[in-house]
Ligand binder design. Structure first.
Ligand code: 5GP
Length: 188
């Protein structure tokens, strides 16, 4: 998606350890018009898939997910990173965070993910694929099925995309970072 690629080249910053900082339009300050354009592109890319729900993980996935949900008139469920005291019947799995370098648990209430659901997963980044695998685990545990996974930015120099596609999952990324070597952003 050219608009997104131009924005990454203009406003993205490279951090040590292969991290792309995009906190001025995705991860902290958000650009709603760019997020809406991303959502329109996700809708186009997954037009041939059937699903009844959008799933994401808090926090940065919520904005693009909700915009996709609003375009398709579908509910959006976000996996939570803390179990609310009011939640008593939930599915849980563990995710290793690439940027925070520690594991955390994600949960989803069983009322919002079950055998009648076929879901599209939307998230901001695909790196090693741990967040995506965690959500896939929740989807499998719930008896739901997966229609596809859409990411705003995929880092091709990490293994997540390859692993998910090898499993036969329909993966779409709106911008693909080939390399961040020497702190130079190279896009596909
Ligand atoms: P994964 O689980 O695929 O290894 O990493 C995905 C998650 O880690 C994303 O949801 C995102 O929050 C975070 N992440 C991974 N790589 C980057 C990066 O280069 N920049 C930013 N801002 N977040 C990243």
């Amino acid at each position: 998606m050219q608009e997104l690629k131009d924005r990454i080249m203009r406003d993205g910053r490279c951090l040590e350890g292969g991290i792309l900082k995009v906190d001025n339009f995705i991860n902290h300050q958000m650009d709603p018009m760019l997020m809406k354009a991303c959502a329109i592109e996700f809708v186009r890319l997954f037009a041939n898939e059937k699903f009844n729900k959008i799933v994401t993980i808090e926090a940065s996935g919520i904005a693009p997910a909700i915009l996709v949900g609003s375009l398709l008139n579908l509910p959006v469920v976000f996996a939570k990173k803390k179990v609310p005291s009011t939640m008593d019947n939930y599915l849980m799995t563990e995710v290793f965070s690439f940027t925070k370098r520690r594991s955390y648990e994600i949960v989803v209430d069983k009322r919002f993910l079950g055998p009648n659901d076929r879901v599209l997963f939307i998230d901001d980044f695909l790196a090693n694929g741990n967040a995506a695998k965690g959500v896939l685990d929740l989807v499998n545990k719930s008896g739901a099925s997966l229609a596809g996974m859409g990411f705003i930015i995929e880092k091709a120099f990490q293994q997540g995309g390859e692993e998910l596609r090898r499993q036969g999952i329909h993966v779409e990324s709106l911008a693909i970072v080939e390399s961040l070597d020497n702190c130079e952003i190279k896009l596909r």
